[in-house]
Structure formats: C-alpha cells, structure tokens
Design a protein around this ligand. Structure first.
Ligand code: ZN
Length: 451
C-alpha cells in the first residue's frame, strides 16, 4: 500500500481507512506500507520520494503483486511521471487498486491512463497557477506559434502548417464521443504535429491557442496573440473531454467499491476484477483467477444488486424485538460478570494492603505482596475498561437497532447504510456459475421460517 500526504491536514488514516476492506483480504504479514509524508506531488519528482522509490524497487524485485493506493494523484500529478510508473507496473504485471470513491479503475491502456492522469494534473495545476502566470501570458516557446519581439512589443503569430493542424485538432476533438474515436484522432495528429499524445492533450488544454488566459472565473483577451482556435471551440473540447471522462466513470467498474470481494465457489480463492469498457459495453466482472474456473464470472453490477437484495430481505426478516431482548440480556450478563469481578478485585486489594502493613518488617514477603498488588491493580483497570466497552456496545447497538427498525421498515434506508450493515452481517460470499452463496452472521435473530 502506498500513501502520500503533502501537508499535516491531509490524513494518513483516511487513505488507509479507504483501503480497509481490500487490505483485510490479505494476511497482515503480506501487507507492506510505503509512506511519503510532507511531499507535494506537484513539486517533487518521482525519484525524490523515498516511499515511492522503495515501492518501485520492491516491484522490480518482484516482491509486490498488488499496489493499493487512494487515487492517481497520490502517485504523481505529473502525467509523464505517472506514465513512467504505469510502465513499470505493466512490465512487472502488477495489479493496481484505487480506493478513492470516484477514481476510475486502473486500465491496461497507456492512453487512457494518460487521459485520467491529465485530469488529475489539471487540478494540481490550479494549485500552482499563480507561479505560472507569466509563463501563461508570455510563453517562451509554444508549438504552432512564432514569438516576435519588436521595439519592446511582443507578438505571437501563427506558425504554419502546424497552426492549421492544431486548429483542425481542436475541431475534431470537439466532435469525438468515445475514447476509441479520441485515440484514432490522436494517432493521426501525433504523426502530423510530430508530438506524443501527452503533448497533444496539453495543447488541447491550453487556452492560449484561442488568444485568452483564464484566471479563476474570468478570461482575459490577449491582443498580441493571433488566435489558432476560437474560445467557443476551446470550451467545447474541454467539455467534451469531461463528458467522456465521466461517462467512463459511470461504468460499474469505475464505481468499484471493492466492498465484499467474493471468493470462487469452486476453489475458495478470492476472485479478481476484470475491468469493463463503457464504450464497448463490456461490464466489469469478478472472475476466478484459476484457469479451469475462468468461466466462473459475474458482472459486478449483477453481483452488487444481488447482495443488496439479499441483505434487504435478510434485514426485513430480522425479529427486532427478539434481537434487542437477546442482545441486551447478553450485554447485561457480561456487565454483571465484570462488576462482580471488579468487586472481588477491590476486596483482594484491601486485604493485600492489610497484609503489607502486617509484614512490613519481612522484606521478602513484602516484595511478593507488592508484586501481587500491582497485578491486582492491572486486572482492576482491565475490568473498568471492559465495563466502559460494554457501555459503548449498548449505545452502538441501539443505533443499529434504530437503523434497522425505523429506516428499513419505512424504506428510508440508503444503499450505503445497507453496505455498512452487509459488512457486519456477511462472513463470506461465494460465487458459483448459477448462484451466489453467503455465510451470514446473526442468524439467531431471524424470524422462524422467514429466510
Ligand atoms: Zn476458482
């Protein structure tokens, strides 16, 4: 697992917590943490980050099978650096899992990874926009332009034929609607403009080509620049790329919560994820890694719907009165036990204090008594902690009962609540070719014959 925090405000626990359900599938001894603290991704080069550096080394030593990380921007906000990382990942056949809620799943395509990384980079850019202000107003060099300085005046004029190529690149990109179409336009223009596609993305993200500079909410016209494209076209391209990016996110694969990953019903091994492709209408699926069970697969959407409906039925069939009664009774018994223990420990302490005074003259005896006294005090603190914990459980339990009773019965329960409950209630989910089997906890509370 790789974690990067740039400031004290950013939370290691948050990044760690979002990975909880994934990490829980691995034995603790197999989880390695690589952490970079106080490192901003926009400023620092990949190689200047010791945690990431160590991770890469471990990958190269074939010690890592899966990398778990919050999102792309944790690796780098610089697309070139990020793609360098992707190449290492791919050449060592490592699996990558992003745990951020809205982060699209990792793909095997450099092109698409670059596309997503550029979105992340765009956000990083906003942060250091001020520093680049002069550069944005007066770039020292920009493909498609010739910079002319006369009598202290600067002008930018079109550099043909590349200016025309860039102009038509903007026109084409305003009209593509899928990543596949996008890729073919890029291939064509990569040859024409003679720049790698990452550079082409950057060109499309440069308002300077429409002779403007964007500041926070307003745009500033640059009189000394001959426009290559129009502001309208620039905006349309930008919007279009956003639509394509968010369409990709809508694929179920991209919402991968990785909550409750299933095991293969035939071999018991954890299943792995095969990402989907929105534009090819291919659904993301869980599939068994074992070759002979390759056909044992289920689309994640179908899987999640199925679990939702089972959990829903299950919760509806809980006899809440019975559950409350049994649970509170159990908690009360534990409380009684703890309180009794506490009382006898307190009595023993009083007794030992008397003995210590009595045998004060005999050193050996006193030492033994003092040691015993210390043990009793530790045991007493444990009981106090236990009583406090039982109190907490009572509160938590009341909340859970409330959640089930009020919200579920009135149909107000949300999917995220159901998932939270699912994680508490389901031990394991096994996928078979024609059915899903679950091992559930708390069967005691189910109404007889209901489920
Ligand atoms: Zn299997």
């Amino acid at each position: 697992m790789y974690i990067r925090v740039s400031t004290a405000q950013q939370n290691i626990a948050m990044q760690e917590g979002s990975a909880g359900s994934i990490l829980s599938q691995f034995p603790a001894s197999q989880i390695h943490r690589f952490i970079d603290e106080g490192v901003s991704a926009t400023k620092t080069k990949l190689r200047e980050r010791p945690g990431l550096q160590k991770l890469i080394q471990s990958i190269q030593h074939r010690e890592i099978g899966t990398v778990v990380v919050y999102d792309r921007s944790r690796i780098s906000r610089n697309t070139y650096e990020y793609i360098a990382f992707v190449k290492i990942i791919q050449s060592y056949n490592v699996r990558v899992i992003f745990t951020g809620d809205k982060e699209p799943a990792f793909t095997s395509s450099h092109f698409i990874e670059a596309f997503y990384a550029l979105h992340a980079q765009g956000e990083g850019k906003k942060i250091r926009q001020r520093a680049l202000d002069a550069q944005r107003h007066f770039p020292s060099k920009l493909i498609g332009y010739i910079k002319i300085e006369e009598n202290g005046q600067v002008r930018y004029i079109r550099d043909e034929p590349r200016a025309t190529y860039i102009q038509s690149l903007f026109e084409k990109m305003a009209n593509v609607s899928t990543t596949v179409e996008m890729e073919s336009v890029f291939l064509q223009y990569r040859a024409k403009i003679k720049r790698p596609y990452l550079r082409l993305f950057k060109i499309l993200n440069t308002p300077f080509y429409s002779a403007i500079v964007l500041n926070e909410n307003q745009c500033q016209q640059l009189e000394y620049v001959e426009p290559i494209t129009t502001q309208d076209l620039y905006n349309r391209v930008k919007q279009n790329l956003n639509v394509i990016a968010s369409a990709d996110q809508q694929v179920k694969t991209e919402q991968l919560s990785y909550r409750m990953m299933p095991v293969c019903g035939y071999c018991g091994e954890p299943m792995s994820v095969q990402s989907g492709d929105y534009f090819h209408r291919k659904m993301a699926t869980y599939v068994c890694k074992t070759k002979i069970h390759r056909r044992n697969a289920i689309s994640i959407q179908e899987y999640e719907n199925e679990i939702m409906s089972i959990i829903y039925d299950y919760l509806k069939s809980i006899d809440i009165k019975k559950m409350e009664k049994m649970c509170f009774q159990y908690i009360r018994e534990q409380e009684m036990k703890s309180k009794n223990k506490k009382r006898s420990l307190e009595q023993a302490l009083v007794q030992i204090n008397v003995e210590i005074v009595t045998f004060l003259a005999i050193k050996k005896r006193t030492d033994a008594l003092l040691k015993r006294k210390e043990q009793l005090q530790v045991a007493l603190r444990d009981q106090d902690a236990m009583i406090k914990r039982l109190d907490d459980i009572k509160v938590n339990f009341s909340e859970m009962a409330y959640l089930i009773k009020v919200r579920l019965i009135s149909d107000l329960i949300q999917d995220s609540d159901l998932w939270d409950l699912a994680e508490d209630l389901i031990c394991q989910i096994s996928v078979f070719k024609s059915e899903i089997k679950m091992v559930l906890r708390c069967k005691t509370f189910i109404r007889e014959g209901a489920f």
